[in-house]
Design a protein around this ligand. Structure first.
Ligand SMILES: [Zn+2]
Ligand SMILES: [Zn+2]
Length: 129
């Protein structure tokens, strides 16, 4: 069991804890650009390794065509996408996160102004598997 990482939204009314983060993945698709204002940096976490520690009642869900996307209804921070077995948790909300980028997906749709500055693998669409 690795250490517990804590995350919180911009207004600090929603807090959560994460264990055993599996990967740090970037999605550059046009939907994630609109969801985040840039690319989505998401930490892949098994559903059972994510739990709220505060403010779960403030969490609202937007049923996007890809996955339910959860956000703080007070400040609007993107919290996580529910991909079933795993959650895709917004990396920027976890100040103590210490993970190297794992991969970039949907790079074919990347904003022209976004420069990828690491050597992680890039996939034009979704990564295999
Ligand atoms: Zn908030
Ligand atoms: Zn995306």
């Amino acid at each position: 069991m690795t250490e517990t990482l804590k995350g919180s939204c911009l207004c600090d009314r929603v807090e959560y804890a994460v264990q055993d983060p599996q990967a740090l993945a970037y999605c550059h698709c046009s939907r994630c650009q609109r969801w985040t204002g840039s690319s989505l940096a998401g930490v892949v976490v098994a559903k059972e390794n994510f739990r709220f520690t505060k403010g779960e009642d403030l969490v609202k869900t937007y049923e996007s065509e890809l996955a339910p996307r959860n956000f703080c209804s007070n400040c609007g921070s993107s919290l996580y996408d529910d991909l079933g077995e795993v959650y895709f948790v917004a990396a920027g909300l976890m100040p103590d996160l210490d993970l190297e980028p794992s991969f970039h997906q949907q790079v074919a749709y990347k904003a022209s102004w976004h420069q990828i500055g690491d050597d992680a693998p890039q996939f034009a669409e979704m990564p295999p598997g």
